[in-house]
Design a protein around this ligand. Structure first.
Ligand code: TXE
Length: 488
């Protein structure tokens, strides 16, 4: 099998420029699967200039919402037609199980179709209550040229939580995908052009974050940066974009609580505990990686979670029945195993897993469950981003609220209870952008995702996510004779 090779996608075409490449080896087999152009700041400048010209002089922002929606729907059709190819790229480059990659690409199609509907509804507000002679219009306009920086864990899905919403609003876009997993961003950009979306509207420059990512955030031609990734890099992006006083949106890390009350549907909650931490190899910002179980049901519940975790199939991500694939790279694989070591050293009780899958070419970690985890332990506090579950027992609602909110992050939290009073009380007390009850890592294009505290700010998806890519211009109109303010 020959590796896919991509040059930058600028102004509606692959530029084909002679360049050096970042090689991508499959984390499951070690085999090279793709090569991405290793961009320089000058490549980013060309891409931003193309997006700037497409915004300032091109047809895209001038089109009616109906025209943009028609092209976005055509785009969704083309993504659907290329479903298997995109799934394969995600599995090869990320190492995620194929059934989860299928879910991602299905999600991409849904996101584009939903964003198309928003293009038709873009509108502002009219104030007619300002007095007989005064009217004000809040005119909603596209924010301009947007820079999108994305991570490796959901390369297509996270990208498309942003792109179609930006396009629906009439913005033009420059993407800096993760250097590990840039393939689907390139394919999705080429499909946009094939759908009739004009040249320069969607550009992709690959390469290192510290080089092309930085060149994007510091570029004066950018009006808005939407970033998903680690909290530390997010802080750098905020600092760099502040130089040009550019708005940012940050979707950062998480350490979410998955809370099981004794009155829950415990069968569903056991499955939810597994989904919470093993979905997408545990490489998921909204993982429910801290499991809290009410003491009266904890012994039996934790035993069932550990037994089922031990049976999960770890290995070839292309196998239909694989549950957990390969960690993204060796560095991350070692980091996950180092967290496991720290948990053992700090006194957590290892129930299952806790080691790599041997012998193997790839970065495979067994599904791991630790019981008796306390708030002072490293695995309680830090985002592991791997298949490692920590279990903590609790007695009362107030106690578990304190434990769940004891985190620098605030992205998502999950509650399992059949009692609506418990669910509503928890929803109000938990500090996070998302709360889900009796389900986990669920979503729909209509529902915004946002974080609080170290998990970031700004919205992705939904009407609120769409509005991030717009701004309001206030037009204040006086009609008829106007009383003079100065008598001289
Ligand atoms: O993230 P980075 P990485 C967490 C997770 C993971 C860790 C590191 O804990 O182990 O982050 O992952 C680009 N200016 N999450 O290394 O470094 C970079 O090239 C501009 C949580 O992937 O934050 C990539 O495209 N851009 C997260 C993107 O930023 C820069 C998902 C994210 O990279 C840059 C992934 C710079 N100076 C990891 N430096 C989530 N919330 O889902 C890097 N980049």
């Amino acid at each position: 099998m020959s590796a896919r090779q991509y040059t930058h996608y600028i102004d509606g075409r692959f530029d084909g420029k002679e360049t050096s490449y970042v090689d991508r080896n499959s984390p499951a087999t070690g085999e090279m699967v793709a090569r991405f152009a290793s961009g320089e700041p000058a490549d980013m400048d060309r891409a931003v200039a193309a997006a700037r010209a497409a915004f300032d002089n091109g047809p895209w922002p001038q089109m009616s919402g109906m025209e943009r929606a028609a092209m976005l729907n055509k785009y969704a059709d083309l993504v659907h037609d290329n479903f298997d190819k995109l799934v394969r790229i995600e599995v090869e480059e990320v190492g995620k199980p194929i059934r989860f990659a299928r879910g991602d690409i299905g999600g991409v199609v849904g996101l584009i179709r939903y964003a198309a509907s928003l293009a038709m509804q873009m509108s502002g507000t009219t104030y007619t209550n300002l007095g007989a002679q005064k009217t004000a219009l809040l005119m909603r306009e596209p924010i301009g040229v947007v820079g999108l920086i994305t991570p490796w864990n959901f390369p297509a899905l996270i990208l498309m939580q942003k792109v179609p919403f930006a396009l629906a609003a009439g913005c033009t876009v420059v993407v800096k995908p993760s250097e590990f997993t840039s393939g689907s961003a390139f394919e999705l950009a080429a499909l946009a052009t094939a759908a009739g979306i004009p040249e320069g509207v969607l550009n992709v420059v690959s390469g290192k974050g510290s080089v092309v990512g930085k060149a994007l955030t510091q570029n004066p031609g950018i009006d808005f940066i939407s970033f998903t990734g680690s909290t530390r890099t997010g802080q750098t992006v905020i600092e760099d974009s502040a130089k040009n006083v550019v708005k940012t949106s940050m979707e950062l890390g998480g350490k979410s609580a998955n809370i099981v009350f004794a009155d829950a549907d415990l069968d569903a909650a056991v499955d939810g505990a597994l989904m919470g931490v093993f979905f997408n190899n545990g490489e998921c910002c909204v993982s429910g990686s801290r499991l809290f179980v009410q003491s009266s049901v904890a012994d039996e519940f934790v035993k069932r979670v550990a037994e089922r975790s031990a049976r999960l199939k770890v290995g070839n991500p292309f196998d239909e029945d694989t549950d957990i694939g390969a960690m993204i790279d060796e560095k991350h694989f070692s980091k996950v195993l180092a967290f496991v070591k720290s948990a053992v050293a700090e006194g957590a009780q290892l129930l299952t897993g806790g080691h790599a899958v041997e012998p193997s070419q790839g970065n495979f970690v067994q599904a791991t469950v630790f019981d008796r985890v306390t708030p002072s332990m490293t695995i309680f506090k830090e985002e592991i981003f791997g298949p490692v579950l920590s279990v903590t027992r609790f007695e009362t609602l107030d106690e578990v609220v304190g434990l769940a909110n004891d985190s620098v992050y605030g992205l998502s939290n999950y509650v399992w209870s059949k009692n609506i009073d418990t669910v509503m009380t928890m929803a109000k007390k938990l500090k996070s952008g998302w709360v889900q009850a009796n389900t986990i890592i669920d979503g729909a294009p209509q529902l915004p995702l946002t974080g609080v505290k170290g998990s970031g700010f700004g919205y992705e998806m939904g009407q609120a996510g769409f509005e991030e890519f717009t701004q309001l211009k206030t037009l204040f109109i006086h009609t008829g004779p106007r009383q003079p303010v100065f008598s001289q």
